[in-house]
Design a protein around this ligand. Structure first.
Ligand SMILES: *Cc1c(COP(=O)(O)O)cnc(C)c1O
Length: 425
């Protein structure tokens, strides 16, 4: 029996009562490598990427993986080898791209707070574009580039002011958040950018939010951006590429985002209709490339029955899986081996000393202490947001490729976590 837990994701499924990632049983990975343990499917990542590649077939388009979703070197290598560029938000991420064999010319640098040192490093290796988010940043970037005798390729992140209909913390394209420049101000800021000696204007970009499950916000944002391109070019500043950001959602809990190729069929139809079909396009998907390619395995430590709630206490916590605590996010939780018996309703919680340390509420499970659970949809914004809170070492990571198992990150020891600290004599 093969039973896919996530529609559209055949790579994580039960085979004869055993949850597998591709051809590998998760129970054996947990036994061999311990828990908490992140496990990623290479085929699932490449399949998510393939949906975008199909969508852009025959077009001039560059897919830049927004690596903050999952910045592990082996994950970056998978995307670099598949021809992706990278959307980075720090010099640390740039260093990771280079270490993983990524092409700096395909790197775009986003973020509201780039430091001079970060700009310098990015210019030294020759990144493809700086996605600039304010006038002040334009001025500093020009200065830094001039001091190095260079010109920085820039795009301005514009705020199309459309509501992506997602969680407020991951909605970024509305007035009143810190990202991008206001639609109304874009033309004068482009004129200013074009006048600065250290800059070369190459594009325009937007990113309206994350976990977007509808097409309409994208279509609206595209119209707003294309209106601006017309105005900016009329003001004498040519725009070479148009970057529509990332943000496409995944199925966490019955969410029904469009497939990437279906989304882009509609967006490309609009681009064609408005006469922009031949432009160089860029996109910055993060979550949709990795989110449903990963699970986090965790062992049940204790069952704690209570008057109002039963608790299932597991060895993974908010430091490993921060999304429930941060965004009240939902992750499916499934046993890696199906156990016969009646289900009980549990709140699945971690050992961290915070009431916010829950992983799933009111979950119906048939479990005993010692069982291993898989927290699904854990490929994006989990390990990359993991911390050492409560002096917990970060989890190990495995990349599965068919029947092959690669340990891509060792478990962090307690010693690792205090190596950089000093006791005053
Ligand atoms: C986070 C981010 C992305 C990726 O968003 P996803 O929702 O993970 O696709 C893309 N571009 C920018 C500028 C971002 O900040």
């Amino acid at each position: 029996m093969t039973d896919s837990l996530l529609p559209g994701h055949p790579f994580i499924a039960y085979q004869d009562g055993e949850l597998c990632v591709e051809q590998v049983r998760l129970s054996s990975l947990a036994a061999q490598h311990g828990t908490p343990l992140f496990v990623y499917s290479k085929a699932a990542m490449l399949s998510a990427l393939a949906a975008y590649q199909r969508g852009f077939a025959g077009r001039q388009a560059q897919i830049c993986y927004a690596m903050k979703a999952n910045s592990s070197l082996a994950v970056l290598q998978v995307f670099a080898q598949a021809g992706c560029g990278f959307d980075i938000v720090s010099a640390g991420e740039l260093a990771r791209v280079l270490a993983a064999g990524g092409d700096p010319a395909k790197v775009i640098f986003s973020g509201v707070g780039k430091t001079r040192a970060e700009m310098k490093q990015a210019l030294q290796v020759g990144i493809g574009c700086f996605n600039v988010e304010s006038t002040a940043e334009l001025d500093v970037l020009s200065e830094v580039a001039c001091s190095m005798g260079r010109q920085a390729p820039v795009s301005l992140r514009v705020n199309p002011n459309v509501d992506p209909k997602t969680h407020p913390y991951i909605s970024t394209g509305l007035k009143g958040n810190k990202f991008g420049v206001a639609h109304e101000d874009a033309v004068p800021i482009y004129r200013h950018a074009a006048s600065l000696p250290g800059l070369k204007v190459v594009g325009i970009d937007c990113h309206i939010g994350s976990q977007i499950t509808e097409v309409t916000p994208y279509l609206d944002a595209m119209d707003r951006v294309l209106d601006l391109v017309i105005d900016i070019e009329a003001a004498g500043v040519p725009i070479h590429h148009i970057d529509f950001g990332g943000g496409l959602g995944i199925n966490y809990n019955g969410d029904t985002p469009p497939e990437a190729d279906a989304l882009w069929a509609q967006l490309l139809a609009k681009l064609d209709a408005r006469g922009f079909g031949e432009r160089q396009l860029m996109i910055e998907p993060g979550r949709s490339l990795v989110g449903n390619a990963g699970v986090c395995l965790s062992e049940v430590l204790y069952l704690k029955p209570g008057e109002q709630k039963n608790f299932c206490i597991i060895d993974a916590a908010m430091n490993d899986l921060p999304r429930p605590a941060m965004y009240q996010a939902f992750h499916h939780i499934a046993p890696v081996q199906i156990r016969k018996g009646a289900d009980t309703l549990y709140d699945v919680v971690g050992p961290v000393c915070e009431s916010g340390d829950w992983i799933g509420r009111d979950r119906s499970l048939s479990v005993q202490a010692g069982d291993v659970l898989a927290v699904l949809s854990a490929g994006a914004y989990c390990m990359s947001m993991a911390s050492n809170y409560n002096s917990r070492g970060r989890a190990a990571e495995i990349l599965v490729d068919g029947a092959q198992v690669h340990l891509i990150r060792e478990r962090e020891s307690v010693f690792d976590t205090f190596q950089l600290e000093h006791l005053p004599a």
